[in-house]
Design a protein around this ligand. Sequence first.
Ligand SMILES: [Zn+2]
Ligand SMILES: [Zn+2]
Length: 372
Amino acid sequence: MPRDPYEVLGVSREASAQEIKKAFRLLARELHPDVNAHDPDAEEKFKEAAEAYEILSDEERRATYDRYGHEGLRSGGYAPNFEGFGSIGDLFNAFFGAGAMGGRPGPAQGGDAAVAIEIDLASAAEGTTSQVSFDAIERCEHCHGNGAEPGTPIETCERCGGSGQLQAVTRTMLGQMVRTMVCDTCHGEGRVPKQPCRRCRGRGRVASKRTLDVEIPAGIADGQRIRLSGRGHAGEPGAPAGDLYVVVHVRDDERFLREGDDLITVLDVAAPLAALGGTLEVPTLEGHASIELPPGTQPGEVLTLRGAGMPALKRSRRGDLRVVVNVVVPRRLTDEQRELMEQLNASLSEENLRSHESVFAKLRRALGSQAA
Ligand SMILES: [Zn+2]
Ligand SMILES: [Zn+2]
């Protein structure tokens, strides 16, 4: 079932035609691909907004919707649906006229490029600089990007008469629509080289290996992307370059599990030591740190080292290192050890084994649940 069109446009049920139009225009501007190029849902959202506008901008349809809802519109033969209408550019042009997609069509902007890198957990904690290499489309240096063999003239494009655009009239469900397209001969330039550059065959761009140093901020998580604006593929002459996306993979560290900004590690402690308590060494990202083990520490208890976790990307505070105590019961005892154990065991009283935990708390701990 489609959403309530009033809700989609964010207007009240009493909104005037003027308010509805204004709300739709504002929403459309927000969802315009030039503004919102990287929101994969922008197209769906725009279609939804367009459908809502189609209902509320028509008095009769709006009245039908108000009384009978979407069902009423459907049985009345009117249910707007812009699925399969074509590209979002076509939709924008249909609503706002040719050229709504970024004014006068011109040379195309460069495409975005993506590259993946892998770093270890310690580098993710400290922040690092990584070198990335990728095949980028760059300006052709032989012709300086104009596509003409040096020393040869550039002439007005015959196909578009130098305007860089072509007009096409199409019929759509919204009526006759004039679409303006970039000229496919000159790619919007309006001019074409008489003799194309031999290195780039007139395109003005060539592919080449590009190497860049990328700053990886401290605290980055596995799978996060860093966007380098304008470092992607070069555009057609006169148009801006695309962006470069660096996808950061953080390798697993066998010593630590990461949970948000916290790190979790497991520390094996012999049962007698867990009973006695003491100062222990735990691994940290930087090396080692001391931690106090209280006497009588039970299996699965968690000790916390404040601030020894990962730095938080957008906050100054670091996460914690949580140390899960794994009490190890000694195996393969020597005769002497067995004797000591027998003595110890015989000496234990109810008092030594009593705890304040309920049966369920013990069970939960035994099952390894860290949740409080
Ligand atoms: Zn060239
Ligand atoms: Zn042309």
